[in-house]
Write a protein that binds this ligand. Structure first.
Ligand code: CTP
Ligand code: MG
Length: 231
């Protein structure tokens, strides 16, 4: 089943503290962005990639696309001030409808079976997100005091990819912009519109490269993956 991936890559990587967009940092000799793009380049179900970029970083990103032999990039719209704006720019640049996946460029460890389950689930239900069950106990805390303990059995940590029928997400995205609503993920926009969102079980490996510790763990995950493919 074909899908197109909307990939926001126009962040600053403030929490990584590398003094540059964290997507340009290298893991095992290849940029984080190059790793994430390669996952989709190699997936036969992926029909195209739309990448939101900062105008000032366009030349660097075009070089990464060339060096990583990525052929599926269909458009490089300018990203916006917030991640949601960057995703909106991708959605407006996409012309073909069908199933779209939104995926953070900062998550290079997404597994293909999860991507495929998401595309299928979105085709059937309209919207589907990747998630894993919370391992820790979670509590609501106000002013240093525990207010309530959440029911862990029902708590999921939500990741990307998040998959949608294109028109559905485009409508939700335009509505959010009109109403100046800022969500922390795309599913929130669909939920606001009263649409059901399915959850597809993902892997704990699908981390977002956010702080320096993630680089060390990411290096370990890559090594593990390489050993598995050599076995
Ligand atoms: N992103 C984007 N446009 C923005 C902000 C973020 O396209 N205005 C992208 C990032 O490049 C990243 C993804 O959204 O691939 C997830 O965001 P996050 O992990 O928060 O990355 P940054 O915003 O770059 O990092 P930070 O919040 O630490 O500055
Ligand atoms: Mg951010």
């Amino acid at each position: 089943m074909d899908y197109t991936v909307m990939m926001p890559a126009a962040g600053s990587g403030t929490r990584m503290g590398a003094g540059q967009n964290k997507l340009f940092l290298k893991l095992a000799g290849k940029t984080i962005l190059g790793h994430t793009l390669t996952v989709f380049e190699e997936d036969p179900w992926c029909a195209g990639i739309i990448l939101a970029v900062k105008d000032s970083e366009r030349p660097v990103i075009e070089a990464i696309i060339r060096d990583s032999a990525i052929t599926k990039v269909k458009a490089l719209p300018a990203g916006g001030a917030e991640r949601q704006d960057s995703v909106a720019a991708c959605l407006e640049a996409h012309q073909e409808g069908g199933i779209v996946l939104v995926h953070d460029a900062a998550r290079p460890f997404i597994a293909r079976p999860v991507i495929h389950k998401l595309a299928e689930s979105a085709a059937e239900h309209g919207a589907a997100v990747a998630g894993v069950k919370a391992k820790d106990t979670m509590k609501y805390v106000t002013d240093g005091q525990v207010e309530e303990t959440a029911d862990r059995e029902r708590l999921w940590i939500i990741q990307t990819p998040q998959a949608f029928r294109y028109e559905l997400l485009l409508d939700a995205s335009r509505k959010a912009r009109q109403e100046q609503f800022l969500g922390t993920d795309e599913a929130t926009l669909a939920e606001r519109a009263g649409l059901p969102v399915h959850v597809v079980g993902s892997t704990y490996d699908n981390i977002k490269m956010t702080t320096p510790e993630d680089l060390a763990y990411g290096g370990y995950l890559l090594k593990k993956r390489l050993e598995e493919t050599m076995e």
